[in-house]
Each structure stands twice: as structure tokens, then as C-alpha cells.
Design a protein around this ligand. Structure first.
Ligand code: TYD
Length: 207
């Protein structure tokens, strides 16, 4: 089973992933988690380039290809082997992030980005995607107040982040069998119990 967490910056995905992994382990699953971009040695090196605030001259195509490059490595080196062993793979961001940020956010041709993602992932799609939905104004404030690392992508304008959120909601509406939308404006404990509720329902429908 391949599960991904998606959402705008500051939506709290990263805090939710470990409790979710623990919950799945308690339910008898072997769980592997990773975050994007990164999750492999090569991917972590690409991440450093992507996040570096000094890389102000980075072009949009370069940015898109670097995210895809890190993901191609992760899929072949890590995700597929874990899935082949029958484990649950739980990812903090995946291809939908590229659709949302580089596609909707930068207003690029969505079909081109989708084709690029198919190439990078070999067509591997998540079984279930949880969208932690949040107004980007709230999310970016959370990141600043929380003292989180401020990266090159956080520094894009608010309008850009609004387009990212809109893109996520559009993708979720277009493919409801895969996506579940969770309100991330609630306190973290409540968000976690909502996520676990979604998972329980999903698992009970499988059996
Ligand atoms: P990170 O510090 O991991 O933030 P978060 O906790 O919000 O995931 O930084 C990842 C940043 O990269 C984030 O701003 C989203 C962006 N991103 C893309 O623009 N495209 C992508 O394909 C991915 C995976 C991430």
C-alpha cells in the first residue's frame, strides 16, 4: 500500500507522519516513511540545491526537473523495493506536489508536467493521498512563528501559494477515489485523529 501526505507549506504534514506510521504499525503493518525531495543520498543532494535561498537564478524548468530527478531515484531505489516486500510506504509529498507547485503554482502546462511525472515515476501512483488543507496565509505564518527553516520555495509570493492550494483542491475533486481532504486548521491532535479515522475507513473498505 502506497500512501502519500500532501498539502501547502505549514499544513503540518511532517508532524503528522510519525504518529500515523505508529498507528499503522500498531495495526500490524510494516511501514516505511520518507520525505520529498530527498529520501536517498542522491535525492538529499538535489534537495540541498532546490532549497538553497542563494539559488535565486534557478529557472522553473530546472526546478521542475530537479524535483522529478530526486523522485525518479527514490521510486527505483527505495519505494518499489519496499512495496515489492509488501510493506506500507508512507511519503511526505510525492508527484502531486510537483503538479501543485510547479504545475498550478507556476501556471505551467499541466499535461506536460503530468507526462514528465509519468516518466520520472514509471507511472507509480499512490493508492491513497491525504490532503492536509489549509489557507496558505495561515500556513506560512505558522512556519515563520514556529521558527521552521525558511526555504527558497516558502519565499514565493502568497498568490503563488494560493494557486498551489487551489491546485490541490482541484486534483482532489477530480480523483475522489484516491484523495481524502482533511482540515489542517485544527489542533495537531485533532488532525491526527481525523487522519486515523480516514485510514480505518479506507482499510475496512479494502477487506
Ligand atoms: P520542506 O521543508 O520539506 O517543506 P514541507 O514541510 O512543507 O514539505 O520543503 C519542501 C518544499 O518543496 C515545499 O515548499 C514544497 C516544495 N516542493 C515542490 O515545489 N515540488 C515538489 O515536487 C516537492 C516534492 C516539493
Amino acid at each position: 500500500m502506497f500512501i502519500t501526505l500532501e498539502g501547502p507549506d505549514g499544513s503540518g504534514k511532517t508532524k503528522q507522519i510519525q504518529p500515523l506510521a505508529n498507528f499503522l504499525k500498531e495495526n500490524g503493518f510494516t511501514v516505511f516513511t520518507a520525505r520529498e525531495p530527498g529520501g536517498t543520498s542522491i535525492g538529499d543532494q538535489v534537495r540541498t540545491i532546490l532549497m538553497n535561498l542563494e539559488n535565486t537564478s534557478m529557472r522553473q524548468r530546472t526546478e521542475t526537473l530537479l524535483f522529478c530527478a530526486a523522485r525518479a531515484q527514490l521510486v527505483e531505489e527505495v519505494i518499489r523495493p519496499h512495496l515489492d516486500r509488501g510493506e506500507v510506504v508512507l511519503l511526505d509529498r510525492y508527484a502531486d506536489s510537483t503538479m501543485a507547485y510547479q504545475g498550478y503554482g507556476h501556471q505551467n502546462d499541466l499535461t506536460l508536467i503530468r507526462n514528465l511525472l509519468d516518466f520520472a515515476t514509471g507511472g507509480l501512483k499512490p493508492d491513497l493521498t491525504l490532503l492536509l488543507d489549509l489557507d496558505p496565509e495561515v500556513g506560512l505564518r505558522r512556519r515563520q512563528v514556529g521558527g521552521d527553516e525558511w526555504n527558497r520555495l516558502d519565499a514565493y509570493q502568497l498568490q503563488y501559494h494560493q494557486r498551489v492550494r487551489h491546485g490541490y483542491l482541484q486534483m482532489a475533486a477530480a480523483e475522489p477515489a484516491r484523495w481524502r481532504v482533511v482540515d489542517a486548521s485544527q489542533p495537531p491532535d485533532m488532525v491526527q485523529s481525523r487522519i486515523q479515522g480516514v485510514l480505518l475507513l479506507y482499510l475496512s473498505n479494502l477487506s
